[in-house]
Structure formats: C-alpha cells, structure tokens
Design a protein around this ligand. Sequence first.
Ligand SMILES: NC(=O)c1ccc[n+]([C@@H]2O[C@H](COP(=O)([O-])OP(=O)(O)OC[C@H]3O[C@@H](n4cnc5c(N)ncnc54)[C@H](OP(=O)(O)O)[C@@H]3O)[C@@H](O)[C@H]2O)c1
Length: 285
Amino acid sequence: MGSMSEKKRIAVIGAGNMGAAMIGGILKAQVAEPGEVVATTRSAERASEVAERYGIRARAGGNREAAAESDLILLAVKPGVLGTVLEEIRDVLHEGQILISLAAVAPIRLIERLIARRMPVFRAMPNIPVVIEEGATAVSANGVATAEHRALVERIFRAVGVVCFVDEEAMDAVTALSGSGPAYVYMVIEALIAGGLKMGLSHEVATRLAEQTVLGAARLVKETGIHPAILRDQVITPGGVTISAIHELERHGLRAMLISAVETATNHARSRSRALLEQWKTAGD
Ligand SMILES: NC(=O)c1ccc[n+]([C@@H]2O[C@H](COP(=O)([O-])OP(=O)(O)OC[C@H]3O[C@@H](n4cnc5c(N)ncnc54)[C@H](OP(=O)(O)O)[C@@H]3O)[C@@H](O)[C@H]2O)c1
C-alpha cells in the first residue's frame, strides 16, 4: 500500500451518523483529500447531504465501485446489513487494502469469513460524541494488521476523540461502557435538570448548570488523574449538603445500578454477537 503517510483513497460505506462523523475526522486528520473520499448511502437524499457538507463524492448504492477504488474501506452500516454489504463487495477487495468495521457486535472472525480473504481488518467501537470530536473509541485488529496499519487507524480515530487499542474479547464490555454510555449520562443530565426544575430553577438555568456540572466533573477526573472517589470525598463537608444527597444516592443504589447496567449490556452484546455469527454460519463456505 506504500507509505502510510501518503494520502489515501477512502470509501465510507454507510455515511449515516457515525460514517459522516468519521468523514469529518478523516478530512481533519488529513488522511485523505476530499476528492479522494467516496461515501455511499441507501437514499439519494442522504448522499447529496453528505456530498454537500464535506465536499466529497457520495452516492446511493455503488458499494462495489467505492470499495474497489479505495485503500481504506470504512464500514459504517448497521450490523444487520453488514453481512449483505460484505458479500456485495468481497470479490472487488484486493491486496493493499484495509477494512475497518464500526458495526457493533460484529466479530472480526465473522468479517473474515464473509470476505473470505486475508487482509488487515479492524473492529472499532466509537461513540456518538465523535460528532463533536470528543469520542471515545476502542479498536481491535486481526493478525494481519501491522504496526503501520494500526498507526493509520489510530490517527483517524484520534481526530475525533480518544482511542484505546484492546483485545477483541473486551469489545462487548467496551460497547456496554462507552458505546452505549452516552445514553446513561444523558439520563443523569436529564434527571439533574428535572431535580433543578422540581426545586424551582428555570429550564434554562437548570440545563446550563447540569450540563456544565457533568462536563466539568469529567474533565477534572481526566485532567488531574485523581480517582473519582477521592474527588467526591473532597466535595463532602461533614454534616453538609452533599453528604445528605450522597446518602440518598447510596440508598437507591446508584453505583450498583450502573455496574449492573454495564454488566447486563455486556451480556446482551455478547448474545447479539453470537446470534450474528449463527446467522452467517455457512457464509464463505
Ligand atoms: N450511533 C452510535 O452511537 C454508534 C456507536 C458505535 C458504533 N456504531 C455503529 O455504527 C454503525 C452505523 O450506526 P449509525 O448510528 O451511524 O446508523 P445510521 O445513522 O442509520 O447510518 C447507517 C447508514 O447506512 C446507510 N446504508 C444502509 N444500507 C446501506 C447499504 N446497503 N449500502 C450503503 N449504505 C447503506 C444508511 O443510508 P440512508 O441514510 O440513506 O438510509 C445510513 O446512512 C452501526 O453498525 C453501529 O453499530 C454506532
């Protein structure tokens, strides 16, 4: 594929929410020029929206052509259509290409089985804040991927947030923690706003204070590297207001609830993964 610092030709198959955010990251990290990025969608409306927004080529359908002409193929379709898309493009794949799948719960060995060839395959689990370049992405790779391939993939996801490389067996837990995690935090923000409203704050004040409280608290954890339990302890005054609220949160099991939520979601991801493998059991035979 030549040097990794060369500009790449990139195909984004399924330019929905995630796919479009990744196009933004790819252009920002200057992995490719806009003219070298091609995106596909199902509907013509979405294709023209994406083409206009990023100044790239985009069309409804045409996955085979897009895959054939690219160095890097990013699969951002839903897991339910991943199998069909891979069967569609498999015989245009060739030496020197890299495949990155964003499809939740789709194991690398399923992708390898569906393409029926050895090539570098990455499985990435980003989360929705990639749209504002504050994503948390975990990535795993198959045995064909080299350090150079990994560096390129890391560069793309770093353009839209933070990246960790993990063993693939960790991916279900990653999906449960950071993939779905924004939804849990939205519930926390929503409930804090509701608490403020109940106590008579205006919508505007409650919203502004709640969102910044979550953002500021998270940044303090990240920037100081101090364990959150210690930071929490630091805001407690003996006999004060915060400890009375913490007692209430402990009584209702806030921490146990979140631990269980991640556990349940991990198990659910695992069973979805198994079901997907079962569905495509005879593929590639
Ligand atoms: N959203 C998240 O928080 C999140 C987090 C981690 C991973 N992911 C993964 O990212 C993937 C995409 O999720 P999303 O939220 O971005 O979904 P989405 O917005 O529905 O995007 C899917 C895109 O695929 C297009 N598409 C459907 N069938 C196609 C086909 N046969 N050929 C080409 N394009 C096709 C759709 O086109 P139209 O728009 O024209 O229908 C749509 O633009 C999923 O696999 C998901 O598991 C999502």
